[in-house]
Design a protein around this ligand. Structure first.
Ligand code: ADP
Length: 517
């Protein structure tokens, strides 16, 4: 008890500031006992040099020293950093009465813990401090939680900085709380410009008022529109330009109420690509109608030409066979002659039709080959990825341009690629290869598949119209392709694939024929 009694005896102030210290010896002893037994913090008293004069049970628990080993020790050995650190605080304590700070403390085993330290000067006779009271509280748990929070915040920030989709977090009033790096790139605002602003600044002017109404209706009724469902909306950049985006919103309850996180995917590129595919499809549909009509006309012309020629010949022969006197003043003869001339004229019309079809609406230019093939395969392969078709490109760098009608050549490629994909339906390996090769003045383009392959009896009639093995096929694709390729001065043919499937090749000129542009 002598040890416990020591601090109160030594630190009895000349002019006690509070009732407790002016209390009678019993109360003082009780107070000393109380201080000694406080277990949730270390209570230490030092002299002006920092020598420990008193330590309590809490100090023993915190620093793991035997009580008698703490007394007489320099307080600096318990605190982190240079030994001067507590002195600086002591000096401040002399001027400002009480100093409170957070630091690390050292146990007897040199293990460190985070601590909240309060230093209170103990007034002496002349009101100058004659020592200091330390109250040291272990805050490791709180610090660990803070560190964890900071880590998860840093993690969150790094996620926000790297997620490819833009993320915008808003509170229940629609005020922006955070704005990811991708959102900064997408909208052209930086985070500090928008935090605190109404999220409707990211929307076209005519949507703004409606958005405020959406939020308040949701908060009132719980009726969800966007939350939980993705939807396509229009957004507005800082520069006022607008773009389509896919928005999904998640909701969470936070300490300060509800927050909503919007995940935003810019659809401009996707929509541009879709638009491009649609444009290509329109062009191709137009050309394929023309070509289908052309092929029909060409087939009809071919089929009709023979009977028409025969009719003309029979009429001429019949006319000659009628005896001259029976020609009845030329009336029968005139009729037969006229019928014969009409048959010849009909023959001419079909021949002209064939010539027109062969020429077609053919607009040839020097075209870069690779983008042309890429566009055509994108178009032909739309929707085939689900069928597992793998596409390989083998482009000859020397085969970089063709002289051709771009849309017509794309039509040939689309026909060949779609046939290849059809032929691979159900095949174990579904590999499609599109290759180019410079071959003198011509470029050879090959579409090679690993599908069902061709029967040898099929090959001679493959490019004829209406030859098909498909239940819903028209048998016009290859015949149209041949018309187009031949109109360009090229050749088209098919052969069995190296291992399985088939290979279709066609050639096109690299440059306009000499003398034409
Ligand atoms: P369609 O596709 O309407 O049948 P096409 O003229 O494009 O008309 O093709 C004619 C036929 O040629 C097809 O029905 C098919 O039997 C055969 N064919 C075309 N391409 C291939 C291929 N890559 N592999 C196997 N058979 C093919």
């Amino acid at each position: 008890m002598a040890f416990l009694a020591q601090p109160t005896a030594m630190f009895a102030p000349a002019k006690p500031p509070m009732g407790m210290l002016s209390a009678d010896p019993d109360t003082r002893e009780a107070l000393a006992l109380f201080a000694a037994n406080v277990a949730d913090r270390a209570v230490l008293l030092t002299d002006l040099d920092g020598k420990i004069l008193f330590s309590n049970n809490g100090a023993e628990r915190l620093f793991r020293y035997d009580p008698q080993d703490l007394v007489g020790r320099d307080i600096a050995t318990l605190l982190r950093g240079d030994a001067g650190q507590p002195r600086q605080h002591d000096e401040r304590a002399m001027q400002f009465a009480t100093v409170r700070f957070e630091t690390c403390c050292r146990r007897i085993d040199h293990g460190m813990f985070d601590a909240d330290v309060t230093i209170t000067p103990i007034p002496g006779v002349d009101r100058r401090p004659k020592g200091f009271g330390y109250s040291i509280f272990d805050i490791s748990d709180r610090k660990a939680a803070e560190r964890k929070l900071a880590e998860s915040e840093a993690h969150m920030r790094s996620v926000l900085a790297t997620v490819p989709d833009a993320m915008v977090v808003i509170d229940a009033r629609g005020r922006i709380q955070s704005f990811s790096a991708a959102a900064e790139r997408l909208f052209g605002y930086c985070e500090r410009e928008v935090v605190g602003s109404n999220v409707n600044i990211l929307m076209p002017l005519d949507h703004r008022a409606r958005h405020d109404a959406y939020i308040s209706r949701y908060l009132r009724t719980g009726q969800q529109r966007v939350i939980g469902n993705g939807r396509i909306v229009v957004a507005r950049r800082k520069d006022g330009s607008e773009f389509p985006m896919e928005l999904s919103v998640g909701e969470a309850k936070s300490g300060n109420g509800r927050i909503f996180t919007g995940f935003i995917r810019d659809l401009s590129d996707k929509q541009r690509a879709e638009l491009r595919v649609r444009e290509l499809q329109d062009e191709l549909i137009h050309v394929s109608r023309l070509s289908a009509m052309g092929t029909m006309a060409s087939t009809l012309a071919h089929e009709l030409n023979q009977p028409l020629t025969a009719i003309a010949a029979y009429l001429a022969a019949a006319y000659r066979l009628i005896p001259e006197q029976a020609r009845d003043g030329a009336r029968v003869g005139e009729a037969m002659d006229a019928a014969g001339r009409e048959a010849v004229r009909a023959g001419d019309i079909v021949r002209r039709l064939r010539t027109f079809v062969a020429r077609g609406e053919n607009e040839r230019h020097v075209e870069p080959l690779v983008p042309l093939i890429e566009d055509a395969s994108r178009l032909a392969l739309t929707g085939t990825r689900e069928c597992g078709v793998r596409t390989f490109y083998r482009f000859d760098p020397a085969a970089d341009q063709i002289f051709a009608d771009r849309v017509q050549v794309q039509q040939v490629l689309v026909n060949l690629i779609r046939n290849a994909v059809d032929a691979m339906g159900g095949a174990a390996i579904t590999d499609l290869t599109i290759a180019t090769r410079l071959d003198g003045e011509m470029i050879r383009i090959s579409v090679i598949d690993t599908g069902s392959g061709l029967r040898s009896d099929q090959i001679p009639r493959l490019f004829e119209a209406f030859e098909t093995t498909k239940p819903d096929g028209l048998g016009l694709g290859l015949s149209i392709s041949r018309t187009i390729v031949e109109a360009h001065g090229g050749r088209i043919w098919a052969e069995p694939g190296a291992i399985a499937g088939s290979a279709f090749h066609f050639t096109l000129p690299t440059a306009p024929p000499v003398g034409k542009s």
